[in-house]
Ligand binder design. Structure first.
Ligand code: SF4
Length: 320
């Protein structure tokens, strides 16, 4: 349903000819009823990816296909019409809610702007349906954002995204700002809505545990590239790429002569995306790096069933 093809995004750096390399050839697909989890540290390009997919940012090159329509080729009214099908849910819905507008008014305004519901009564009816869908009571329609808890506000954020009847939700750290006790409720709500409405989800998070809970497939991003991709269980429980292993805490050293794998933790910061390292961009932090890694960029290659990774050392080990 959603397909990104070789997305590249560069941002100019002010007063300089340098560029931020935010996305470096990201390709992915999301099917109806499926969740693709995107995991990586901050600065890896996850949020730029979300903005490019909803066309808040125009990619430098590459295409975004939604329900068979190339969003990157559209402009003006047609782009606005098609963009409705893909909605972004933010980490902090509070900042995007009007403080002086009741929740009911916020939702009916979205319906009115998008010409959903012919009359005010029809829009009010749909607004109550939306509240019910996200587990809020009819009385919440008369409340203001500051009168709601964090979890209730995120439910409003989800209702607002659903109001325009999208096919895909881009969930950018949707539960990271919530209390731990509320996170599970919102995650369960999201899973129920995905299944009931047959939505495609792109679930973006730095939290591997959250990604594990909701995802069918997972893509791991590092410095604007997908370095590992596949079904969630092998990617998160038996990762191939040293960076994914590092996100989980330790990197197995692939030496057949060593029976008990030695582990090493990924250290250091994500390098500056204005001047990314040559070769494998992970090599300055990688405990497995060898000479070739600083010179040659590894390509994302299927190394196990439906499970791809971009790593010279692991490819040599698994293919031989
Ligand atoms: Fe590490 Fe080399 Fe693999 Fe990159 S290609 S992840 S530096 S071993």
């Amino acid at each position: 349903m959603l397909e990104a093809i070789e997305l590249i995004k560069r941002f100019p750096v002010r007063d300089s000819s340098a560029e931020v390399h935010a996305l470096n050839g990201v390709s992915l697909t999301v099917a109806r009823g499926e969740t693709l989890g995107i995991v990586g540290e901050s600065g890896c390009g996850k949020s730029t990816l979300a903005e490019v997919l909803v066309r808040l940012q125009q990619p430098t090159s590459g295409r975004v296909i939604l329900d068979g329509v190339d969003l990157t080729a559209l402009r003006g009214a047609e782009l606005r019409r098609q963009r409705r099908k893909i909605q972004l849910v933010f980490q902090d819905p509070y900042s995007s809610l009007q403080p002086r507008q009741t929740i009911g008014r916020t939702l009916t305004e979205v319906l009115r702007v998008h010409r959903i519901g012919a009359t005010a009564a029809a829009r009010a009816g749909r607004m109550r349906e939306l509240l019910d869908q996200v587990g809020l009571a009819p009385g919440h329609a008369d409340r203001y954002p500051h009168e709601l808890s964090g979890g209730q506000r995120q439910r409003v954020g989800i209702a607002r995204a659903l109001a325009v009847e999208p096919s895909v939700l881009l969930l950018d750290e949707p539960v990271s700002a919530l209390d731990v006790s509320v996170r599970a409720e919102v995650m369960n709500l999201l899973a129920r809505l995905r299944d009931e409405l047959d939505l495609g989800f792109l679930f973006i998070s730095h939290d591997v545990a959250m990604v594990r809970q909701l995802s069918d497939r997972v893509a791991v991003m590092y410095l604007g590239r997908i370095v590992e991709q596949g079904p969630w269980r092998p990617v998160l429980d038996a990762p191939i790429h040293p960076y994914t292993s590092g996100l989980r805490g330790a990197v197995p050293i692939p030496d057949p002569a060593i029976e008990q794998p030695i582990t090493a933790t990924v250290i250091g910061e994500v390098p500056n995306p204005v001047d990314p390292p040559a070769g494998c961009t992970f090599h300055p932090r990688c405990p497995l790096a060898e000479e070739r890694c600083a010179e040659e960029e590894p390509s994302l290659t299927e190394l196990a069933a439906d499970h791809a990774a971009a790593c010279h050392v692991m490819a040599r080990r698994l293919i031989n």
